[in-house]
Design a protein around this ligand. Sequence first.
Ligand SMILES: NC(=O)c1ccc[n+]([C@@H]2O[C@H](COP(=O)([O-])OP(=O)(O)OC[C@H]3O[C@@H](n4cnc5c(N)ncnc54)[C@H](OP(=O)(O)O)[C@@H]3O)[C@@H](O)[C@H]2O)c1
Length: 277
Amino acid sequence: MKLAITGPTSGIGAVAFSQLTPYFDEIFLVARNESKANKLIQSLSPNDQKKVTFIYCDLTDMDTVVSAAKSIKEKTAILDVLINNAGGIFQNKEITKDGFEMSLAANHLGHFLLTHHLLPLLLASPSPKVINVSSEAHRAAKVDFNDLNYEHKKFSSFLSYANVKLFNILFTKSLSEKFGEKGLRAFALHPGVVKTNFGNETSGLFGFFWKLSAPFMITAEEGAKTTIYLAKTKIDSLKNGYYFKKSRPVKPSSEANSKKMRDRLWKESEILLKKWL
Ligand SMILES: NC(=O)c1ccc[n+]([C@@H]2O[C@H](COP(=O)([O-])OP(=O)(O)OC[C@H]3O[C@@H](n4cnc5c(N)ncnc54)[C@H](OP(=O)(O)O)[C@@H]3O)[C@@H](O)[C@H]2O)c1
């Protein structure tokens, strides 16, 4: 069994990576910080270390996403599980070198592109899975598909994060809808409110409440549980495309279930990423 995971260098992803390594024969550690990745690899047993390959990828730089997928394709013809875990909230509006708002690129577009290029490998597996780490924040989303890069409206750090976490669920549902018959399973999840590096650089009202809630947050070990459960467990095909919390399927917002929204997201993502698809 072969696994690829993004954002394994910190928090939830680091725990998921370390705990899942014994269950897989080969793991692709998809990350932007090679020295953090190497430290993580060195923390494994010598036997597990041999299974892991570092793949450079900055999800906000689409050329590197394409070359990351290419490197994985050069090393394997099959991929069983892809965990799209990396992400974050950004305090200020930043535009990537490709012209995308940073949280849109890091949380959605990079993963959309990576998944697209890895699909042939996933569909070559007898039971492929894509796991997308979303958030309960998706319930606060207010999406304007005509201004995904905040060219016209005022940027809000929390709202842009809520929108992209909604996109994670919409993308999950689209994957199950488009490729379910070919065997692909896709799941989204909320990890809990977890004490990681997430949100540490935010200020304003969100930053204030985030820091205030720190004593009540769960550990990364707790926060990684649903990701690990979904990666290891055979889930009933009737639950394909579902959103999970505490290792159980839960109902996401009504927007997250909207076919109109997910079809529009797919179309807009393809338009934005045309050059790299
Ligand atoms: N913590 C929470 O309470 C919470 C709640 C709901 C959902 N989530 C979601 O859980 C996921 C993991 O977050 P976390 O809490 O574990 O946060 P974290 O400790 O900040 O870890 C985020 C990971 O994403 C990677 N990453 C960020 N931007 C990237 C980019 N442009 N390219 C490649 N990798 C990038 C980071 O890499 P570096 O190490 O190089 O920075 C790191 O490995 C995220 O999708 C987050 O939205 C978290």
